[in-house]
Design a protein around this ligand. Structure first.
Ligand SMILES: [Zn+2]
Length: 436
């Protein structure tokens, strides 16, 4: 698997050097007055990159047949996407942060990975996966749910991504799953009514029902360990063997924290989506917040992006509805009883005290009340709260075969598409398994 990841990296770097050389060549030709149409073309897209690679691989990589050709394709595909993101960003076709020109991938620095889209890849029983040219690999977690669905035709494989995180190899399958989508909320969901959800640091979430959902049991211990190891890492000498060791340990703990948190979030979002008919959460400036330097905040912020992403597809699956409060709606600063707003509330104020009506309550609970109130006629003192929602009705969007990815790198999570699937639509989801 290492070798395949290396092959993908090699193809990426080779392609990038070709692109750079062609760009320079064109610039030189332009300075000699060669007309535009006669200048050297730049292999900017996947088909041109692939054509050039197939022509050159015998010379530049005589060992190419040792790895699956999918590995080289994955590297070139990543390059083509990077180039497209760069040019789209420059011409304004892509929103968000500016995307830089692709850079060479260094061994050990870049994330290792490659992808299969064709060939005989897939689960081999519940405990193994078959990866072309790699072989049969044992996996850590049983894939019973996936193999059962593949066996009776309820799911179809679209691709497999193999990647390495903190020394562990992961394979995630993109599958298309057929699942019936309910037309509306069930009786249980209607009984559960609307719920406001305030996501926090101390608790995983505070619900407007008064419930404080605790963080996963072992998360606090992992976070303490994370803090200790990251301090030790920061103190260690650059370039030393000890630093490399600590970096590996740090990455492992980071991965464990992320897993524990994701697990807790999945349990929470499934429960919310199945037992309430409307769920209200805050919108967050995700791109801005994940760059926050404070550890606890950073962890919870990525959690919020994840909650929104999960709720977006789970509400569709279970027939409930997700309402996302406007980014500027001050759910924490507003009194849930009278609408008075506290302009000087800080993050350390754990209790909300209203100077107008005298209300005094837990800060997060107050926020969750305000969020829940958004489903009604508005909130006292803030009647015209703009909300975006995936309401069935006026703004219904139908996504057939929309993809839902379960595993993503932190920082790249985008707020999910809002929309309602037509009954019996298909969604694609990723199933991850940890390979030994
Ligand atoms: Zn008040």
């Amino acid at each position: 698997m290492s070798r395949h990841a290396g092959a993908a990296r090699f193809a990426f770097n080779w392609g990038l050097s070709r692109v750079k050389a062609a760009v320079e060549q064109r610039a030189a030709e332009a300075s000699y007055g060669v007309p535009e149409a006669e200048r050297t073309p730049v292999p900017w897209t996947m088909p041109t990159l692939r054509r050039e690679w197939n022509r050159a691989k015998g010379d530049v990589a005589p060992w190419w047949s040792e790895c699956s050709k999918e590995a080289y394709s994955a590297g070139l595909d990543r390059l083509a996407r990077g180039l497209k993101a760069f040019s789209d960003s420059r011409t304004g076709r892509r929103k968000g942060r500016r995307v830089g020109f692709p850079r060479f991938k260094k061994r050990g620095r870049a994330r290792d990975g490659f992808r299969y889209t064709t060939g005989a890849y897939g689960p081999a029983g519940d405990r193994h996966v078959t990866l072309p040219r790699v072989g049969r690999v044992k996996v850590h977690e049983p894939m019973t749910a996936l193999t059962a669905r593949l066996a009776d035709g309820r799911a179809r494989l679209l691709g497999a991504t193999v990647s390495r995180t903190a020394g562990c190899w992961y394979v995630s399958f993109t599958v298309e799953v057929e699942r019936p989508v309910p037309a509306g909320p069930s009786r249980r969901q209607r009984r559960g009514d609307a719920v406001g959800v305030d996501l926090g640091v101390k608790h995983l979430a505070v619900l407007s029902t008064g419930e404080m959902v605790d963080n996963p049991k072992h998360l606090a211990a992992s976070l303490r360990k994370l803090r200790r190891v990251s301090r030790a890492y920061a103190r260690s000498k650059r370039g030393s063997a000890g630093r490399r060791q600590r970096a590996a340990r740090l990455a492992k703990i980071h991965a464990r924290v992320a897993n524990q948190r994701r697990d807790g979030l999945h349990k929470l979002t499934t429960r919310l989506a199945t037992s309430h008919d409307v769920i209200v959460i805050e919108d967050l400036n995700v791109a801005g917040m994940v760059r926050n330097r404070r550890l606890a905040r950073a962890v919870s912020d990525t959690g919020m992006a994840e909650v929104r992403r999960q709720l977006t597809y789970k509400t569709t699956w279970y027939g409930s509805r997700l309402v996302v409060a406007d980014r500027w709606y001050p759910s924490s600063r507003t009194c849930s009883a009278c609408g008075w707003r506290n302009p000087s509330l800080t993050l350390s104020d754990r209790t909300f005290v209203c100077k107008d009506c005298g209300l005094s309550m837990d800060r997060d609970l107050n926020a969750s009340y305000n969020l829940r109130a958004l489903t009604g006629a508005g909130v006292a003192g803030y009647p015209d709260v703009p909300v975006t929602s995936n309401a069935r009705g006026a703004d219904r969007k139908t996504h057939l075969g929309g993809q839902v990815a379960v595993k993503r790198e932190p920082g790249t999570a985008t707020a999910g598409q809002t929309g309602t699937l037509a009954p019996r639509g298909t969604t694609a989801e990723q199933v991850s398994a940890n390979a030994h």
